[in-house]
Design a protein around this ligand. Structure first.
Ligand SMILES: [Zn+2]
Ligand SMILES: [Zn+2]
Length: 296
């Protein structure tokens, strides 16, 4: 491995399988500057593990300062949610962001030109968990996901978004091309892994069943908060076939198609055509099982 690389690997770097994997990914891009950047980061990470790396912080940034800026921020239409709960979740997120930001300064040896990104919170979109906005150097988090996915969300998604920010910074410093900097390619994977993410690029949000479990494990106040933060879903159109009790749920596009041509969709089980019941339903969060009632 040492001899085949574009650059010589310093002897003090121990080639663990993790390090080898990162170097391989970095090497595949054929960019010496980026490879050197990754080698340095691996070395720094090794020193950090041995508690030999000087901790580095942006002197103008403290958790207290950040929290006072962000947790007093109003979230549009947060409505029913108690401000203390909201600020608790926001605090957790900001704390994790500051941790990963400081890690960037330490292992990538950045100075404060790598600014702490603007942090935004949303809950209205049903799709993403979090986004990095290149133009304004901001990370947006979906509050609903933070709360419902609990801690796995933060430890995986915060490094993911910071990896985008780091690559954008490297592009601005003209260390890498736009092509290497964007998307979820090998450069992204290495940086995300160096920051502690698994390097995964897509996330499955909780499935209905898991969400049900989460909802049953939270306090009544948290449950109400989740209900009011839940992304608004469009109504589904209810159809029947020849199977007894069976209900098929079509979204608007399929519903329109079936209305135009009643012989478009059929049931895979009974082979009968789907018939619109005239009813619609808006998908909602699973109801909470009242524990006392449940035990009776
Ligand atoms: Zn991404
Ligand atoms: Zn059927």
């Amino acid at each position: 491995m040492r001899s085949k690389t574009l650059l010589s690997i310093p002897d003090k770097l121990s080639l663990t399988p993790e390090v080898e994997q990162r170097l391989k990914l970095a090497q595949s891009l054929g960019n010496k500057k980026f490879l050197q950047f990754v080698i340095n980061a691996c070395l720094n990470l090794q020193l950090k593990e041995q508690k030999l790396l000087k901790s580095k912080k942006n002197p103008e940034l403290s958790l207290r300062k950040l929290l006072s800026t962000y947790t007093t921020q109003k979230i549009a239409n947060a409505g029913q949610v108690s401000p203390s709960l909201l600020s608790l979740w926001m605090q957790k997120t900001i704390k994790e962001c500051l941790k990963i930001y400081n890690l960037c300064l330490e292992i990538f040896n950045f100075d404060s030109k790598f600014a702490f990104p603007q942090i935004e919170f949303h809950y209205h979109t049903s799709r993403g968990l979090a986004w990095y906005h290149h133009g304004k150097h901001a990370i947006s988090f979906n509050l609903f996901t933070i709360i419902s996915e609990k801690d796995t969300f933060l430890t995986e998604v915060v490094p993911h978004e910071f990896a985008h920010a780091v690559l954008c910074f490297l592009y601005q410093k003209k260390l890498i091309s736009n092509k290497i900097a964007s998307g979820h390619g090998n450069a992204f994977k290495v940086v995300a892994m160096l920051l502690g993410s698994s390097g995964k690029t897509t996330y499955c949000t909780l499935q209905h069943q898991e969400l049900e479990q989460v909802l049953n494990g939270v306090s009544e106040e948290e449950y109400q908060a989740l209900v009011s933060l839940a992304p608004k879903k469009r109504p589904e159109y209810l159809y029947t076939c020849n199977c007894p009790q069976k209900v098929h749920r079509l979204k608007i596009v399929r519903h329109k198609r079936q209305q135009q041509n009643p012989h478009y969709y059929h049931c895979t089980k009974c082979k009968g055509w789907l018939n619109f019941t005239g009813q619609t339903q808006v998908p909602q969060l699973p109801p909470r099982i009242n524990k006392e009632q449940h035990e009776e």
